[in-house]
Write a protein that binds this ligand. Structure first.
Ligand code: LIP
Length: 308
């Protein structure tokens, strides 16, 4: 999991880039909405065709023809509207023509369909995530989101934010500013989470959940990290914690949650494990961060000893 490292302060933005953020935010909203309409409009015909679904890391890690078409559509628009800027997408990776550059060079980070299993099954719990980040999202600890948009195509609404510009939810019924919940007690914290595609990883996550579930109000598992983080921003859940997600899953939702007042960071996923992502109200952060770090470290130890 690539993530900004709290120890490495984000770069300070020039006045020129800061002034451009509202326009970049509007572009991200348009891109995510546009791709969202595409994946809704074309779903039935595309999934009815042969070769509509492939698998990636495991038999449960699916990619549909619409994941790929959504990313191609987004890349085409960015090539026209933001020529020369780097793009990192879940399905096609990073455009190697644009090597990592320092300074204020932006990279667009795309999850063309986040919640692909839900999309395949016909559930509405999927999103299109578009973020613009500073730094290098292919390197852990070296990227910082400055613009983010998460489209929820099933509702024609988009969560969006820019650095220092607050977070909002826009749709046919107008726009609403977003503020995370005011949860202060761990035992009254509604926590969303997710699980990996690898059975061994899910076994660890289930063991960690045994320690986490009794300590919080309840768990929700919707199947899209991007929507999970936006729901923290909207106060629809109090917190989100997951280990093993990728930068494209969380880059836009990270900024939406942070701009809605949530504390967002990574946490220690256990020895030689990917770090997790945590988003929650600041008042509950210390207790929740300690709980998930401890639960996962213990789960890893239990499994390492049981695997011997
Ligand atoms: C999904 C994440 C979700 C996680 C799933 C999957 P995808 O991303 O958004 O939080 O629990 O296992 O990784 O694969 O649908 O883009």
């Amino acid at each position: 999991m690539n993530r900004p490292d709290p120890a490495v302060a984000p770069p300070s933005l020039s006045e020129e880039l800061r002034a451009a953020l509202p326009e970049l935010r509007a572009l991200a909203v348009d891109l995510a909405s546009d791709a969202g309409r595409l994946v809704v409009r074309e779903r039935a015909a595309a999934l009815a065709g042969s070769g509509a679904v492939d698998t990636k890391s495991t038999a449960t890690d699916v990619v549909t023809v619409m994941d790929r078409r959504s990313e191609q559509h987004l890349r085409g628009r960015l090539a026209r509207e933001r020529p020369g800027e780097r793009v990192l997408g879940e399905e096609e990776g990073v455009d190697v023509r644009h090597q990592a550059r320092e300074g204020e060079a932006l990279t667009w980070v795309l999850d063309p369909i986040d919640g692909t299993v839900n999309y395949l099954y016909g559930s509405s719990e999927y999103a299109v995530s578009v973020a613009a980040v500073l730094g290098d999202p292919t390197r852990a600890d070296r990227w910082w989101p400055v613009v983010g948009a998460v489209a929820h195509p099933a509702t024609s609404r988009v969560f969006h934010a820019h650095l220092g510009g607050g977070a909002a939810l826009s749709g046919p019924d107008g726009s609403t500013d977003l503020t995370c919940s005011s949860a202060e007690r761990l035992d009254l914290t509604l926590l969303s989470t997710g699980f990996g595609y690898d059975a061994a990883v899910r076994r660890e996550q289930a063991r960690a959940l045994v320690e986490i579930l009794p300590e919080v109000r309840d768990i929700r598992r919707a199947g899209s990290a991007a929507l999970d983080m936006c729901r923290v921003a909207a106060g629809l859940v109090d917190a989100y914690a997951e280990r093993g997600v990728h930068v494209w899953d969380v880059a836009a939702g990270w900024l939406v949650a942070a701009e809605a007042g949530a504390q967002v960071s990574t946490w220690d996923g256990g020895p030689s494990r990917p770090r997790g992502v945590l988003a929650c109200p600041p008042a509950v952060y210390p207790a929740l961060e300690a709980l998930v770090s401890r639960a996962y470290a213990h789960a890893c130890r239990v499994l390492e000893t049981s695997d011997r």
